[in-house]
Design a protein around this ligand. Structure first.
Ligand code: CA
Length: 371
């Protein structure tokens, strides 16, 4: 707990030295108006992620006409990024915004909720949350941490990252100090990498200093913002590791249960809007950012071979089974996801996947007017 920041930010003076965080006075509640604090694991205002949290706060404030206002704090402003769940679990602050796999050390099932390697696309994952039982399962998992869960943004397919050497075979992962969170991190570890997780804000320094050899963060839009191209030359795809990572809005159950049903509906609806907006922002911005990386910064795009991907897929299967064997709740979430995945693969073969192949056939098509 960085007490000084809290005091400074909230303008609370005269607290007794050494006062515990939990004894801080809550922001005033008067005439059915209350103010909550939302802490994020992202640098304040970071594109897509931090701005998604900002949008959530803005929508809740406007939809409730000020009955519930949300003040947003970036990583480290109240607590370090990875202590956000503890702060919300204990109701020290009411809300957080991050990614589910950041809590896998507490509850292993959260890693499955975030995304599974070679798993679902963003559209499929949203279908699982909203119409496939995912929301209820995620609520069950987050209740173990004393919190309510909402999907609150999605990155879509990520990029497995930045390397200083080319990856030709699985053995090239051996000894690599690689930042990669979640279940995919366990897959890379199974391939011999030394895997670390670091909050986003620490990545540029960790890579440029040589503390790590390779890093994945999100994708072109976010990776360009961090300047990761300055420290690594090769930029790999496809995103086997995180095909669609959901962002989580986690709310102290005490705080959530204190809301009337109208405010609960507002929070739920605002999260649905943010969930769509964030994913749309990534889809809209990634390609322009990729072109900037390649054309202005000389980044070399590389693709993992099918052989490497199949090797990673085999390891992913082993990791999923191992994780599920060790934890009943993880098993329950995994079984639901794998059943949904089989159905999604079948339908995608006749819909998105078939359409995308058709879109690339060799035909004469209209082009935008040059301007
Ligand atoms: Ca990532």
């Amino acid at each position: 707990m960085q007490r000084r920041n809290v005091v400074k930010t909230l303008g609370i003076g005269g607290l007794a030295a050494g006062a515990a965080a939990s004894t801080f006075p809550k922001p005033a509640i008067s005439q059915n108006r209350q103010q909550w604090r939302l802490i994020t694991t992202w640098p304040a205002n970071f594109p897509g992620l931090g701005t998604g949290a900002n949008l959530l706060a803005e929508l809740i404030g406007r939809m409730s006409e000020g009955r519930l206002t949300i003040q947003v704090f970036g990583a480290g402003e109240i607590v370090p990024a990875f202590e956000s769940m503890d702060a919300v679990s204990s109701n020290t602050v009411e809300m957080g915004h991050g990614a589910p796999y950041y809590w896998q050390g507490k509850i292993p099932a959260t890693a499955f909720i975030a995304t599974i390697p070679f798993g679902l696309t963003a559209q499929e994952q949203n279908a699982w949350f909203y119409h496939g039982g995912g929301q209820a399962l995620a609520d069950k998992v987050y209740a173990e941490m004393g919190t309510k869960f909402f999907p609150s943004g999605n990155t879509g397919v990520q990029m497995p990252g930045w390397f200083n050497k080319e990856i030709h075979s699985l053995s090239d992962f051996e000894g690599l100090r690689y930042r990669l969170p979640g279940l995919a991190g366990k897959v890379a570890a199974a391939a011999g990498a030394t895997v670390v997780n670091l909050p986003g804000g620490e990545l540029p320094q960790a890579l440029s200093s040589g503390a790590i050899d390779a890093v994945e963060w999100v994708g072109p839009y976010n990776d360009l913002a961090f300047g990761l191209y300055r420290s690594a030359q090769y930029y790999y795809h496809p995103g086997w590791h995180e095909p669609a990572t959901v962002l989580d809005n986690f709310i102290s159950l005490d705080a959530w249960n204190s809301l009337d049903s109208e405010l609960q509906a507002i929070v739920e609806t605002a999260n649905m809007a943010v969930n769509m907006s964030v994913l749309s922002e990534f889809v809209a911005r990634n390609n322009d950012s990729l072109e900037t990386l390649v054309n202005e910064h000389g980044v070399q795009v590389r693709k993992f071979s099918d052989e490497v991907l199949i090797g990673l897929g085999n390891l992913a299967g082993e990791v999923l089974n191992d994780e599920a064997s060790a934890d009943a709740l993880a098993r329950e979430v995994m079984d639901s996801l794998l059943t949904f995945r089989q159905s999604a693969i079948n339908w995608a073969g006749m819909s998105e996947q078939a359409f995308m192949a058709a879109r690339l056939l060799d035909y004469q098509y209209a082009e935008p007017t040059a301007g």
